[in-house]
Design a binder for this molecule. Structure first.
Ligand code: IFM
Length: 463
């Protein structure tokens, strides 16, 4: 007997679990960033960025690779838009290279740089693809770094001029603006760990950099709204669920500290909660860089939160018995699935963070601005059968769908990445793309995942 015809609740449950149908206006997209794909590092008046300098430094990047050519997107953007069209993307998230616009960071404008993004935006719009602009995805003009970089408050002021200029020119056509991509990574890997440009290792620089990134964000939100009156403005942070290694009090407290350091350090000030006090106290951070009014500026309301999601962290306390709560990350549990980056595949973390951003932080709208995985692809297959990537994406999309069922205002999802590209300190050794790029010939080939994604977009459904 088919009970579902008699019990309406069961009918609904069956249909929910059988067809994961997304809303018709759900924004399916893919993302990239300027330094990772554009190449043309010294063309048409572009100035140097900190990534140009850093990647040319011997030993900084795997195999001494650089983004000098990358995917040569600067010259091949039309072909790339055609590929986006073949996948059926509704939106494309890309970043603007600040040193193309202001080669020295401030002062003299480079109109050729702006022209490139005007062509790109117009090309996207005529292909019916919504542009989502990220203003800063890590390529600071080198001359601003020479004056102190993000630890210098003046860099935040320079960013506002840059945001103003770009939005004056593109604000009539671009509706979605993201000020910064993963500011925590900028401050942490760039100024404390030294793995990213500019390669510094200084705790105070990290703290100052993080604060000035938030300040630059807060200052530029009203300017973006003024120049692009119908714009939706947001910021993108990367989030990690933090799981305590055990239920021991010390491990739980260490996990809470790690959550404060890794997630809430930038998130809480954005919603007027200030910097997490337990983190300041535990690490004994000097907070003398905060000036009166800064925290109000940083908490300027935004229209959406951009969430990048990849994995989780498992944390134990350094010494439980002696109550040393210093957070120590543990490797993924044995037997767990991991990507080529060594990151645990943990799709439910996407649901956890989407619900947290909704019910604890009350953001009015959320976009997953990046999610995806690096796996070794085999170019000898005539079709690149990247079944692991399809599996990864399907599992994460399912968690996004689950979040929609419990009221999360999730508006869209951007796969990282549209195409294989320069993966920062890993050079070209990690492939995240839906499109395979042969970096010698610049030939592009849609992977199986791109074909699969096309079907998901066309049907709006996960089967
Ligand atoms: O490639 C990066 C991207 O630039 C920022 N988010 C994480 C991606 C994968 O590491």
């Amino acid at each position: 007997m088919d009970t579902s015809t008699q019990i309406p609740y069961l009918t609904r449950l069956n249909s929910l679990t059988r067809d994961m149908q997304f809303p018709p206006d759900f924004v399916w997209g893919a993302a990239t960033s300027a330094y990772q794909i554009e190449g043309a590092w010294n063309e048409d008046g572009k100035g140097l960025s900190i990534w140009d300098t850093f990647s040319h430094h011997p030993g900084a990047i795997r195999d001494n690779q650089t983004g000098d050519i990358a995917c040569d997107h600067y010259h091949r953007w039309q072909e790339d838009i055609s590929l986006m069209k073949s996948i059926g993307l509704k939106a494309y998230r890309f970043s603007v290279a600040w040193p193309r616009i202001f080669p020295q960071g401030t002062g003299k404008l480079n109109p050729q740089g702006l022209d490139f993004y005007q062509r790109l935006v117009d090309g996207l719009l005529s292909a019916d693809i919504e542009p989502f602009i990220t203003l800063y995805h890590w390529d600071l003009p080198q001359s601003l770094q020479d004056q102190g970089g993000w630890p210098n408050r003046d860099t935040a002021k320079a960013f506002v001029q840059y945001a103003d200029q770009v939005s004056r020119v593109l604000g009539d056509r671009v509706k979605y603006w993201i000020t910064f991509n993963e500011p925590f990574i900028v401050a942490w890997l760039g100024y404390l760990i030294g793995e990213h440009a500019p390669g510094h290792k200084d705790r105070d620089e990290m703290l100052r950099a993080a604060h000035h990134l938030l300040l630059a964000h807060g200052w530029s939100v009203p300017i973006l709204r003024q120049n692009a009156p119908h714009a939706q403005v947001g910021i993108t942070l990367d989030f990690y669920p933090v799981t305590p290694a055990s239920s021991h009090f010390a491990d739980r407290y260490a996990a809470w500290l790690q959550d404060g350091y890794r997630n809430r350090w930038l998130l809480d000030p954005l919603v007027a909660r200030g910097y997490p006090p337990e983190v300041i106290q535990f690490f004994n951070y000097p907070m003398d860089f905060i000036q009166p009014g800064d925290l109000e500026v940083i908490a300027t309301p935004i229209d959406f939160m951009g969430m990048n999601y990849y994995s989780r962290q498992i944390i134990r306390a350094r010494d439980r018995e002696n109550e040393d709560f210093t957070p120590i990350p543990l490797p993924p549990p044995s037997g767990s699935e991991i990507t080529e980056m060594g990151w645990e595949v943990y799709p439910q973390g996407l649901f956890e963070w989407l619900t947290r951003l909704t019910y604890e932080y009350r953001f009015p709208a959320i976009y997953v601005t990046e999610n995806g995985a690096a796996y070794p692809d085999n170019p000898d297959d005539c079709r690149i059968e990247d079944t692991q990537r399809i599996h990864y994406l399907r599992e994460h999309f399912a968690q996004a769908w689950r979040a929609l069922q419990v009221g999360v205002p999730l508006k869209g999802y951007f796969v990282w990445s549209l195409m294989d590209n320069f993966e920062w300190s890993h050079g070209y050794t990690k492939r995240f793309g839906l499109i395979y790029v042969d970096f010698k010939t610049q030939e592009r080939r849609m992977k199986r995942s791109a074909h699969w994604y096309r079907q998901v977009i066309a049907s709006g459904k996960l089967d």
